[in-house]
Write a protein that binds this ligand. Structure first.
Ligand code: ATP
Ligand code: MG
Length: 589
C-alpha cells in the first residue's frame, strides 16, 4: 500500500519492527491517513524519542515530559490565581497531579532560518500569532512581530549568541505579558518584570498581557480630581487631573526628568502609586533617580521599570506597555496611579530600529508608518474609571525630547496631538536660572482646570494673564531707558512673579504654601522684596505662617477651599511680615 505521509522518529537506537508498527498505527489513527516512519539516529537524545510529523512534534524525551508537567503546574497556578482562595492551592495541585496523564501532545515547532541584530526569522510556525512569545532552545524568549507568508519575524528579549540556524523554536501560545502584584511596589524591574535591584524574587499576584484595549467611553468618568505636582508653576497655571495625559516636552537637559521625579515625591502620603518607566536612559541616571527616590522615602510607593540604553531594542519597545500593564492592575483595584514614560522619543527610536531590521518600509524621518499608533494605543490606556469599575485612575506624564526647541518634528507633533496638554520647557529659561523652565506661553493643560482644587483656582486668579502682560511689556520696553513709574512697577511685579515660580529640585510645595504664595503675590505684597532675596523670603514667609497661622494652613490642605476672609487674613499677615522683613534687610545693609 502506498503511504500518504511521512513521519520521522529521532532516537539514539533504532526501534524494533513492532514499535514501528505501533507508531504507524498511532499516526494513521490520529491523522486519518497511512503514514510511513523514517528512523533518524540522534546521539543527543539520551532517553526516549521525538516523533515528528509535518509541523507537529511529539517530544517523548524526559525533557519533553518534564515540560508537559511544568505546563500543567503553570496552568494550575493560573487557575489558583483567578480563584483567589489560598486554601485551594494544595487541593488543586493534588487533584491535578492525580488526574495528570502523560499525553501524546503534539507541539508546534519551527526552525530558525536566520538570526542577526536581535531579529530571528523562523520557518514552520504557521499558526503563531502576532505578539505571541516563542521559546528558543537556549531558553531565550522572543516575541512574534512580523507575520509573513511561510515565515515569521521574531524579536529577541535576550542574547542571540546561542541561537543557531536550524535550531528548534517552540510556541508558548501566550501573548507577551508581565507578572503583576502588590509585591512590585518599591522595586526596580526590567521590561519583563524580573527584579534587577538585587532584593530577591517578587511574588506576583497575577499575569497581565502587556497590550490590552483601552477602557471605552462608558467605562470612564470625567477627570475631576487633581494630581498635584507640588510645582507652583504647574499647579497654578497648568493643573493636571487624575486620569489625564500631560506631555513634558523640551530640549535635552532642561529639567524634564526632574519635573517627573518631583511629582513622584509630592505623592507621599496620598495613596497614589507611581510608576517610572525608563526607556533608553543611561543606567547611571536611572540609578541616580532611584537614589533620589530612596533618599526622599518615595521608593516605597514607586515601581521603576527600566529598559536602559544598553538593553536590546525589543525590551525598550515593550517597556512602556509593560509599565502600563502594571499600572492598570492597580487602577482596576480602584487605586490612583501615576505613570511616567521617560522618554517616548527614545521609544520611537527603538521601534524604528526594530522595524527597519524587520525590513518594514521607512516613512517620514525613517519611522515606520504605524509610529502614531505606537503611542496612541499606549496613551489611550490612561483613564479615570467610572465608579462602577472602582473609580481608579491612571495619569500619564510622557516625556519627549526635542531638538533645538523644534516642536514641529514628527514624533513631538504626534504626541502633542495625542495628549491633553503639554508643559513646554525651554533651554534659555533654564540657563537663565528660571527653573523649572516652564514656558508659560506655550504650555497648556486642556482638562486639568476642572480638577484644580477650589483654593488653588481662587488663589491663582489672574497670574497667567499677568505673566502674559509682563512678557509683552518686557519685549516692548527692552530698548527704552526712561520708563514711567506705572510701567516700572508692572515690570518689577512681573519679574517678582517669575522669581516666585522658581523652585529647587526635590522640593515640592504643599497646597497651602502654594496658595499663600499666590494670594500674597497677586495682591502685590512682595513688590518691594529684592529679586535676589525672593526665594529666601518665600521660605521665611512659610515659616512665619506655620507658626502664626497653623490652623489656617491645615484647613487649606484638608478642605482644599479658601474663603474670602482667609484671603484677607493671608494678605494682611503677609503685608506685616514684608514690612518687618524689609526693615531687617535695610538694617543689615
Ligand atoms: P535629559 O535630556 O538628559 O534627560 P532632562 O531634561 O531630563 O535631561 P534633568 O536631568 O531633569 O533634565 O535635569 C538636568 C539638570 O538640571 C540636572 O542636573 C538637574 O539636577 C538640574 N535641575 C533640573 N531642575 C532643577 C531645578 N528646579 N533646580 C535646580 N536644578 C535643576
Ligand atoms: Mg531626563
Amino acid at each position: 500500500m502506498q503511504s500518504e505521509g511521512k513521519a520521522f522518529l529521532y532516537a539514539k537506537s533504532a526501534p524494533t519492527s513492532a514499535q514501528v508498527q505501533g507508531f504507524e498505527a498511532f499516526l494513521s489513527e490520529k491523522y486519518g491517513k497511512t503514514v510511513a516512519l523514517d528512523f533518524v539516529a540522534d546521539e543527543t537524545i539520551e532517553n526516549g524519542f521525538i516523533l515528528e510529523y509535518g509541523k507537529e512534534v511529539y517530544n517523548w524525551t524526559p525533557e519533553g515530559r518534564l515540560q508537559q508537567f511544568r505546563d500543567m503546574i503553570d496552568e494550575v497556578r493560573g487557575r489558583y490565581r483567578s480563584s483567589q482562595q489560598p486554601e485551594q492551592m494544595i487541593t488543586l495541585l493534588k487533584k491535578s497531579i492525580e488526574d495528570w496523564d502523560l499525553e501524546a501532545l503534539a507541539e508546534e515547532e519551527g526552525s530558525v532560518l536566520s538570526v542577526g541584530d536581535g531579529i530571528v526569522t523562523v520557518e514552520g510556525l504557521d499558526s503563531a500569532e502576532y505578539g505571541e512569545i516563542v521559546m528558543f532552545e537556549s531558553g531565550v524568549k522572543g516575541m512574534v512581530q512580523d507575520l509573513r507568508r511561510g515565515e515569521i519575524g521574531v524579536v529577541l528579549f535576550g542574547d542571540d549568541e546561542d541561537i543557531l540556524e536550524g535550531g528548534r523554536v517552540r510556541r508558548t501560545k501566550k501573548t507577551a505579558g508581565i507578572p503583576v502584584g502588590e509585591g512590585f511596589i518599591g522595586r526596580v524591574v526590567d521590561a519583563l518584570g524580573n527584579p534587577i535591584d538585587g532584593n530577591g524574587d517578587i511574588e506576583a499576584d497575577d499575569y497581565r498581557a502587556i497590550e490590552s484595549p483601552a477602557p471605552g467611553i462608558i467605562d470612564r468618568q470625567p477627570v475631576c480630581e487633581p494630581m498635584d505636582t507640588g510645582l507652583l508653576s504647574i499647579d497654578s497655571m497648568f493643573p493636571i487631573g487624575r486620569g489625564q495625559r500631560e506631555l513634558i516636552i523640551g530640549d535635552r537637559q532642561t529639567g524634564k526628568t526632574t519635573i517627573a521625579t518631583d511629582t513622584i515625591l509630592n505623592q507621599r502620603d496620598n495613596g497614589v502609586i507611581c510608576i517610572y518607566v525608563a526607556i533608553g536612559q543611561k543606567a547611571s541616571s536611572v540609578a541616580q533617580l532611584v537614589g533620589t527616590l530612596k533618599k526622599n522615602d518615595a521608593l516605597k510607593y514607586t515601581i521603576v521599570v527600566c529598559a536602559s540604553a544598553s538593553e536590546p531594542a525589543p525590551l525598550q519597545y515593550i517597556a512602556p506597555y509593560a509599565g502600563t500593564a502594571l499600572g492598570e492592575y492597580f487602577m482596576n483595584k480602584g487605586k490612583d496611579v501615576l505613570i511616567i514614560y521617560d522618554d517616548l522619543s527614545k521609544h520611537a527610536i527603538a521601534y524604528r530600529a526594530l522595524s527597519l531590521l524587520l525590513e518594514r518600509s521607512p516613512g517620514r524621518e525613517a519611522y515606520p508608518g504605524d509610529v502614531f499608533y505606537l503611542h496612541s494605543r499606549l496613551l489611550e490606556r490612561s483613564a479615570h474609571l467610572s465608579d462602577a469599575l472602582g473609580g481608579g485612575s491612571l495619569t500619564a506624564l510622557p516625556i519627549v525630547e526635542t531638538q533645538a526647541g523644534d516642536v514641529s518634528a514628527y514624533i513631538p507633533t504626534n504626541i502633542i496631538s495625542i495628549t491633553d496638554g503639554q508643559i513646554f520647557l525651554e533651554s534659555d529659561l533654564f540657563f537663565a536660572g528660571q527653573r523649572p523652565a516652564v514656558n508659560v506661553g506655550l504650555s497648556v493643560s486642556r482638562v486639568g482646570g476642572a480638577a484644580q482644587t477650589k483654593a488653588m483656582k481662587k488663589a491663582a486668579g489672574s497670574i497667567r494673564l499677568d505673566l502674559a502682560q509682563y512678557r509683552e511689556m518686557e519685549v516692548f520696553t527692552q530698548f527704552s531707558s526712561d520708563l514711567d513709574e506705572t510701567t516700572k512697577r508692572q515690570l518689577s511685579y512681573g519679574q517678582g512673579l517669575m522669581y516666585l515660580l522658581r523652585q529647587h529640585q526635590s522640593n515640592p510645595l504643599r497646597l497651602h504654601e502654594q496658595v499663600i504664595t499666590l494670594v500674597a503675590a497677586t495682591a502685590h505684597v512682595m513688590q518691594d522684596v529684592p529679586l535676589t532675596k525672593m526665594l529666601a523670603f518665600r521660605q521665611a514667609l512659610f515659616d512665619h505662617f506655620h507658626e502664626e497661622q497653623g490652623s489656617l494652613c491645615d484647613a487649606i490642605d484638608t478642605t482644599g477651599t479658601l474663603s474670602d476672609e482667609d484671603k484677607v487674613v493671608i494678605v494682611e499677615e503677609a503685608k506685616q511680615f514684608v514690612t518687618r522683613y524689609l526693615e531687617n534687610i535695610n538694617k543689615e545693609s
